[in-house]
Design a protein. Structure first.
Length: 344
C-alpha cells in the first residue's frame, strides 16, 4: 500500500512539474512524505484506516508536504532541535493534558478565570500539523485538505475564536456578529464582522508570549528564498523551523508556535450552522491566523492573538480550490465527548 501511494504521488507531482517522468526533487518529496507518514503513525498511534485516509489526501494534492525540497532551506535541522531540547531538559509530553484531551500534544481550551483545564470541552493541537515536536509544519495545504486531515486524525479544523482563545490564554464565549452577516455577500459579511471584532479587541491586543510584540521569541528569524516575490512552488521555499524549537513561544494555555513559523488555516463561520465547535462539518469560510517565518524582519501583516485578517484568497473552507501556499499550514481542534455544544 505504501508503495502504491508513493508511486501515485510521484506521478501527480511529475505531472505538475512540467510532465517529467519523476524528477529527483519529486522523488525526494515523496521520500520525505513517507518519513512523515511513519512519524505520524508512530507518535499519534494512528490506525491503518487513518493512515490510508491521510495518504490519499496527500496523494491527491501533488504539493502538500514540508516544502519544496528543491529550494527549501530550513534554518535548523530536526536533529539540532532534538539536541537543543535534550540539552535544555525540555519535554513537551504532558500526561495531564493527554488524559484530558485523549490525544498526545493537545492542550485543553478553557478560561482560567472561571475554569480549570479539566473543565475543557475542546482541545487544540499544541503544534502545527503534524503536531510533533521538532517536525517541520506541513504547508502547501488547502483549507479543504486541512479539514480532511483533521477529520482523519479524529479531530476537526478549529473555529477562529478557538485559535484566538488558545493564543490569548482564555477561551471566551463565541462572539461572532452573525447579525452583521445577515443578508450580505460573504465578502461584505466578513468585512463587517472583522471590522467590529478588531475594533472590540484592538485596545487589548496581545501575542501568544505576552502583551507586547517582540522579536527573537518565536520562529520568525528565517528568510525568503532569494527572488521569491509571489508565492510560486518553484520560487518560494518553506524555510520553516522545527516545531517547538523556540520553547518560550507559547501561550498561557501552553500552545506553541502560534506566532511565527507557518500561518494557519482556521474556520470562520458566518452563521451558527457553520461552527465546527458546535458540530458542523460543512464549515464556513477561510480565515488565516498567526504569522510566519520572516516576521522578525518583515512584518507582512498584523498577528496579535484576536486579530482577524482580511478576506485574502478567501473561499469556503471546503472549496476544492481553497488557497494554499508556501508559508501556510494548520492545526486541529478536538471536541471532547463531554462537550455540551450549546454552552461552548
Amino acid at each position: 500500500m505504501k508503495r502504491c501511494f508513493a508511486a501515485l504521488q510521484c506521478i501527480l507531482l511529475a505531472g505538475i512539474l512540467a510532465g517529467e517522468a519523476c524528477p529527483q526533487d519529486v522523488k525526494s518529496m515523496v521520500q520525505l512524505n513517507e518519513a512523515l507518514f511513519d512519524q505520524l503513525q508512530r507518535v499519534h498511534h494512528l490506525t491503518a484506516k487513518q493512515m490510508s485516509a491521510i495518504r490519499a489526501i496527500f496523494a491527491g494534492s501533488g504539493y502538500m508536504g514540508q516544502g519544496n525540497p528543491a529550494i527549501t532551506k530550513h534554518p535548523v535541522t530536526a536533529e539540532q532541535c532534538e539536541e537543543k531540547l535534550a540539552r535544555e531538559a525540555i519535554r513537551y509530553e504532558n500526561p495531564a493534558f493527554e488524559k484530558i484531551c485523549g490525544a498526545k500534544y493537545m492542550a485543553p481550551l478553557y478560561n482560567p478565570a472561571v475554569q480549570k483545564p479539566e473543565d475543557a470541552c475542546n482541545c487544540i493541537d499544541q503544534f502545527e500539523f503534524p503536531d510533533i515536536p521538532c517536525a517541520y509544519p506541513v504547508v502547501w495545504v488547502r483549507a479543504k485538505e486541512a479539514a480532511e486531515l483533521c477529520e482523519a486524525m479524529g479531530k476537526r479544523l478549529c473555529d477562529a475564536h478557538e485559535w484566538e482563545g488558545a493564543c490569548a490564554g482564555a477561551l471566551e464565549n463565541p462572539d461572532y456578529r452573525f447579525d452583521l452577516a445577515a443578508g450580505q455577500s460573504p465578502e461584505a459579511a466578513i468585512r463587517l464582522m472583522r471590522t467590529a471584532h478588531n475594533h472590540k479587541y484592538g485596545p487589548s491586543k496581545s501575542w501568544s508570549y505576552g502583551d507586547a510584540c517582540r522579536e527573537e521569541v518565536c520562529a520568525g528569524s528565517s528568510s525568503k528564498t532569494p527572488g521569491c516575490t509571489g508565492g510560486s512552488w518553484s520560487g518560494c521555499g518553506s524555510n520553516t523551523f522545527p516545531a517547538g524549537f523556540f520553547p518560550q513561544c507559547h501561550s498561557p494555555l501552553m500552545v506553541y508556535d502560534l506566532n511565527g513559523n507557518a500561518a494557519e488555516h482556521m474556520n470562520l463561520p458566518l452563521n451558527e450552522k457553520q461552527m465546527a465547535s458546535r458540530g458542523s462539518r460543512e464549515y464556513g469560510y477561510t480565515e488565516m491566523k498567526g504569522s510566519w517565518f520572516i516576521f522578525d524582519t518583515q512584518r507582512a501583516h498584523e498577528d496579535w492573538c484576536r486579530w482577524r485578517a482580511p478576506y485574502w484568497h478567501g473561499s469556503r473552507v471546503m472549496d476544492k480550490q481553497s488557497h494554499h501556499n508556501y508559508h501556510l499550514g494548520f492545526r486541529c481542534c478536538k471536541t471532547l465527548d463531554r462537550n455540551k455544544a450549546e454552552s461552548h
